[in-house]
Design a protein around this ligand. Sequence first.
Ligand code: SAM
Length: 298
Amino acid sequence: LSKKSTVKPKPRFLRVNTLKTTSGSVIEVLKKTHKVVKDDIVPDMLVLPPGTDLHKHPLVTDGKVFLQGKASCMVAVALSPKPGWKVIDACAAPGNKTVHLAALMNGEGSIIACELNKERAKTLQHTVRKSGANNIETVNGDFLEIDSNDPSYAEVRAILLDPSCSGSGISTERLDHLLPSHSTDDQDDAGSTARIRKLSAFQRKVLSHALSFPSVERLVYSTCSIHQAENEDVVSSVLPLATSLGFELATPFPQWGRRGLPVFDGAEHLLRTDPEDDLEGFFIALFVRKAAADDASE
Ligand code: SAM
């Protein structure tokens, strides 16, 4: 068998928008026409056979269900903001994770969803409207220009940071995960190596900024990249700063087997997903402030 044969069709994942309905009600509707089961680790995630097309289904057009992948949904669950908290989604459009956060918070508390790009900010607003969430304030601006010492952000307790990345974990055509090394920089052409370096520098800057908010207890850094330069290297480069501010790495989804590449002490806390797990290539790092570490790895 060639290695290529390990790329199999992915199941269709659905996230139930609990701001509008329940998993039980959605299952009742879908089971009439589809084989549907609950996901084993992500709450309110349903799994249907590969190729199931629900784009025009009323559950989707009404915003009761979002066609969101499992790996993407693991990001907001890793952050697990409590209902009532004040939260920032720093790089928010198109807003799938923003509205997932709102659902996890039962619509209680507040979310500031920041998006730099004007057109994408409109998409974000559309996603928010569709979700029915009424605790999300969208801001079309640069997260890096939000002053973390401004008293209006003094009570922010959680930040989701899902910044621009190479997207190398997403392409359905990609075969690079089959290469022997995860660090593919040496196989890239000069242009894409330079692009990754630039992205990585931006990611370090924006993650350092997120760490500077004074009351943050939980911070998730995520990408849909498979490149070490955008993932483990970014986290390890901010660790001295994070540690000096009282943060430590915690272990999101401890039952999940695929962890960070073992390139520094602590990388075992990081989480990777991969097409071999029927998913897409995401990366999640969870920072918790020491004072709140007790409930960090639920
Ligand atoms: N979290 C989103 C979701 O799940 O729907 C996807 C976010 S996407 C990977 C990254 C977004 O960050 C892009 O829309 C990009 O325009 C935005 N962005 C990039 N730099 C930014 C900045 N400095 N401030 C705010 N948003 C930024």
